[in-house]
Design a protein around this ligand. Structure first.
Ligand code: UT7
Length: 339
């Protein structure tokens, strides 16, 4: 059974704009050759099946809040953004340093931001786009004016390095954007889409207090468990439907999108989504070869790579679409307004 939230084809009321972006990845690299020394795998299999060549790994004492602090520092350095008047912090993560305090509260203290709300949300690999939708709603409510949207995961800390079907996939990283009310009333968010299929939750999970999901008994190893084939099947069939529906709601065709930025889980999934939706493969942004699957951070990492090298330009129309654990998906269409 699935439940979904859509804007029913009504024109999307939007008055928010991304005014800055920053990213961070840890310095340490884990290559396919390194993994071949740890489990029964090889570079050829990993590249052919996933497109991944290497991923980054946080140090033992480096946690999600540290990765986010790196991304926020990068944002401030590049855009000179003022953080003292940020009035809400949303962190999307599945790997918080602690369940509580939230990572958002840790970041509030670290950057000494006075009088602001701070919450973590958990939508796995759909976290960044879900957080953008929520932040847009907070701005539209009129209650808040400047929201720091942060997405990060330190998946290597919950990866089972004896399981070759998962350990080759995951890496660590963080992204940060500032979302503000658009002064001219000319908002950048053109549409949003969400859909959830909770019945498939058992196909990718991390246990916590319960040893079951519904009546399905789960492993309680403290490590991420995934049935890759099931998640792959859902991603290609259901996420492609979601992307098509988002385009339809915005009255856009695939060729109207300058850049399609799906969650970077597997290059084959990205290619299959392009084929099913009707994007050319060159329209998709992927940084999976160098970062692997970084969960909530993968969309901002792929986006920021293209912002930095000038592929993404002001005026471009972007479709960002996260999907994963839940199983859940969240997409947004944005007009990029940064130079
Ligand atoms: O971000 C959260 C959402 N997650 C995803 O979107 C992940 C979606 N799933 C996937 O990306 C893919 O399913 C994987 C990359 C995880 C696996 O690729 P696959 O093409 O679905 O492989 P498979 O599981 O069907 O396995 C094919 C074969 C098996 O051997 P047999 O049974 O055919 O003899 C596996 O045992 O490949 C074997 N295999 C490996 N061989 C070498 C599995 N992992 C490895 C490995 N190295 N690392």
């Amino acid at each position: 059974m699935s439940s979904s939230a859509r804007n029913n084809g009504q024109s999307f009321v939007s008055n928010s704009v991304i005014t800055a972006i920053g990213t961070y990845v840890p310095a340490r690299r884990l290559t396919n050759e390194d993994l071949a020394g740890m489990v029964d795998t090889n570079d050829e299999w990993i590249v052919q099946r996933t497109g991944i060549k290497e991923r980054r790994v946080a140090e033992e004492n480096e946690f999600t809040s540290d990765l986010i602090a790196g991304a926020v520092d990068n944002l401030v350095e590049r855009y000179g953004s003022e953080l003292s008047d940020v009035d809400y912090i949303i962190v999307a993560t599945s790997t918080p340093d602690t369940i509580f305090p939230s990572v958002a509260a840790t970041i509030q203290a670290r950057f000494n931001i006075k009088q602001c709300g701070a919450i973590d949300i958990q939508a796995a690999c759909a976290g960044f786009t879900a957080a953008l939708q929520l932040a847009n709603g907070l701005l539209l409510s009129g209650l808040y004016r400047k929201v720091l949207v942060l997405a990060a995961d330190a998946l290597t800390k919950i990866t089972d390095y004896s399981d070759r079907t998962t350990c080759i996939l995951f890496g660590d990283g963080a992204g940060a954007v500032l979302l503000e009310l658009a002064g001219n009333g000319n908002g950048a968010m053109l549409g949003a889409y969400s859909d959830t299929e909770g019945d498939g939750g058992r196909h990718v999970y991390l246990s916590n207090l319960s040893a079951s999901i519904g009546d399905y008994a789960i492993q309680t190893s403290g490590k991420l468990v995934q049935n890759g084939r099931e998640v792959y099947r859902w991603a290609v069939s259901q996420v492609s439907e979601g992307v098509r529906e988002l385009l339809q709601q915005c009255s856009l065709q695939p060729e109207d999108i300058d850049w399609f930025i799906p969650h970077n889980a597997n290059q084959r999934i990205i290619d299959a989504l392009c084929e099913r939706v009707g994007f050319r493969e060159e329209q998709a942004l992927s940084s999976i070869a160098k970062y692997g699957n970084t969960s909530a951070a993968s969309i901002p990492l792929a986006l920021d790579d293209a912002v930095r090298d000038g592929r993404v330009k002001a005026g471009h129309t972007l479709l960002l679409h996260g999907f994963g654990g839940g199983l859940t998906q969240a997409g947004v269409v944005l007009r990029w307004q940064l130079p």
